[in-house]
Design a protein around this ligand. Structure first.
Ligand code: LFR
Length: 483
């Protein structure tokens, strides 16, 4: 038939959701069937994801999905990047660590002692983030954590293994490990993308090559649900798990309704991923110094972007105020922040001091004091400062992306949760001097749905064709720049 339904399982750093996506000729509709919080847990050995809680919620979400849509064609998982579980046979060895856990510092040092960052960048094209998988694995190795492990699976691939029994490494997410080679040639109508596991690098880092599973590309079939899983979710017919851009940012970029190569994107959620889409990577020394990444996109495209600290600054501030027993409503704070007319402190949102969980307002105040900036006095001042500082960083990052890649940027798309933040969108337009097109909010789930739909023959063509579908179904909101 010409229309059909697929299920997107989308796990973000603060919440997860299962969405049904209905796709047909000129037709694209999503509806949520389950939403659940993702609450990390600190134990004596560090900060972890509550992966079993997430998996239980995924199964419950699939159960609802199948009940609502017995003819469901397929499902696919995406999540945040870089984190993984180690397995011995079918058994998971310990609960996955959270990328905000501080154990990785030692791994950075030992890795760079073996392979300097300039050399890493030439081979993998990745920006330096202290939690990139290769550093986590180095820390793991030093702690003896790799002993007895026969497989490493990134988070979406771990859930895929539990659902189907198949062990794979989806390529877009695997590109964030730092252990894939970035390809520099131009593809044929495709991006050049990422290649294979870098055996030489893996050997130099003293990592066991055998723990890395075979790579698969978005759009390929991973396998059918195991009979006991199908039974548990009440599936009556065969249900396939499909690989999509399992790195959430890769899926989000699929669903940015960009109309030409002069468009830039900001995937604005816990992180803000700010950049452009390219067909081949930029590996210059300037690019490395500016800490731009070349991550693997769907269809071999390159996601040329930088991580900006993102709405984490705001959500973590809200959490601190909650813990202190001062209950603010976010819509109230944002409305008040939009009314501020006096001078606003703009600080560097990317100070590594903001990475770990903890008292965010205190850290922002300390940062401002240490840098000779006026310290935001009230929660409203602080919220305004965060939003204005984020928009300022968006603007400078887009200028850098443009210069480093030789792209001229004429429009800026904001997708994800941040696209609903009117103050953020308007300030981004003002500070870039460019029109901002906001939405869709659920870009990640939409990108997940679209790549499944294409694999099932429900949608066709290049990413450009898929983006036309997005623009029709979710017309973005326009913000014009004001002085
Ligand atoms: C966004 C994201 C970023 C990645 C960070 C950590 O959700 O996936 O792309 O750098 O989380 O995995």
């Amino acid at each position: 038939s010409s229309a059909g339904t697929v299920a997107a399982i989308d796990l973000g750093a603060s919440s997860g959701r299962v969405m049904l996506g209905h796709v047909g000729h000129n037709e694209l509709r999503l509806r949520p069937v389950a939403r659940f919080p993702n609450l990390p847990v600190r134990t004596i050995d560090g900060l972890h994801w509550d992966i079993l809680d997430l998996y239980r919620n995924v199964l419950a979400g699939l159960h609802s999905a199948v009940r609502e849509e017995p003819g469901l064609r397929s499902a696919a998982v995406d999540s945040w990047a870089v984190d993984y579980a180690l397995l011995s046979g079918q058994r998971m060895l310990g609960n996955p660590f959270h990328y905000r856990d501080e154990r990785t510092a030692a791994g950075v040092e030992s890795t760079h002692a073996l392979v300097p960052h300039a050399e890493l960048y030439a081979g993998n094209g990745l920006q330096f983030l202290p939690f990139n998988t290769l550093y986590q694995l180095a820390a793991e190795r030093q702690a003896g954590g790799l002993d007895g492990a026969d497989t490493m699976l990134l988070i979406p691939d771990l859930l895929g293994f539990w659902l189907t029994g198949e062990r794979v490494a989806e390529r877009t997410n695997a590109s964030t490990t730092g252990l894939l080679t970035v390809l520099t040639g131009h593809g044929h109508g495709h991006g050049s993308g990422h290649g294979e596991w870098d055996d030489a690098l893996i050997a130099r880092l003293g990592l066991p090559r055998s723990i890395f599973p075979g790579l698969v590309d978005p759009g390929s079939r991973i396998g059918s649900l195991l009979p006991e899983v199908a039974h548990e979710i009440g599936a009556v017919s065969r249900l396939d798990l499909v690989a999509v851009g399992s790195h959430d940012t890769a899926s989000a970029v699929v669903a940015v309704p960009m109309r030409d190569e002069n468009a830039a994107y900001i995937s604005s959620g816990t992180w803000s991923l700010v950049g452009v889409e390219l067909n081949s990577p930029v590996l210059t020394e300037e690019s490395r110094a500016a800490n731009f990444t070349n991550e693997g996109g769907v269809d071999g495209r390159v996601r040329y972007l930088r991580n900006v600290m993102g709405l984490w600054l705001l959500s973590e501030s809200m959490r601190s105020w909650d813990l202190e027993g001062v209950a603010f409503e976010l819509p109230f704070l944002l409305a008040q922040a939009a009314q501020v007319t006096g001078p606003v402190t703009v600080f560097d949102v990317d100070d590594p001091a903001f990475l770990a969980p903890g008292d965010m307002p205190a850290r922002i105040r300390e940062h401002c004091a240490a840098h000779g900036l006026a310290v935001p006095a009230t929660p409203v001042d602080l919220v305004r400062s965060i939003i204005e500082s984020l928009a300022t960083k968006y603007a400078s990052t887009l200028r850098a992306a443009s210069e480093l890649s030789g792209t001229s940027i004429r429009t800026v798309h904001i997708v994800g949760g941040g696209s609903q933040n009117e103050l953020l969108c308007q300030l981004t337009a003002n500070l870039t001097g460019l029109p901002v097109l906001a939405g869709p909010v659920e870009a990640t789930a939409i990108g997940n749905v679209l790549i499944q739909a294409r694999a099932q023959g429900l949608a066709h063509g290049s990413l450009e064709a898929l983006r036309t579908l997005v623009a029709q179904a979710y017309s973005p909101r326009h913000y014009e720049p004001h002085a």
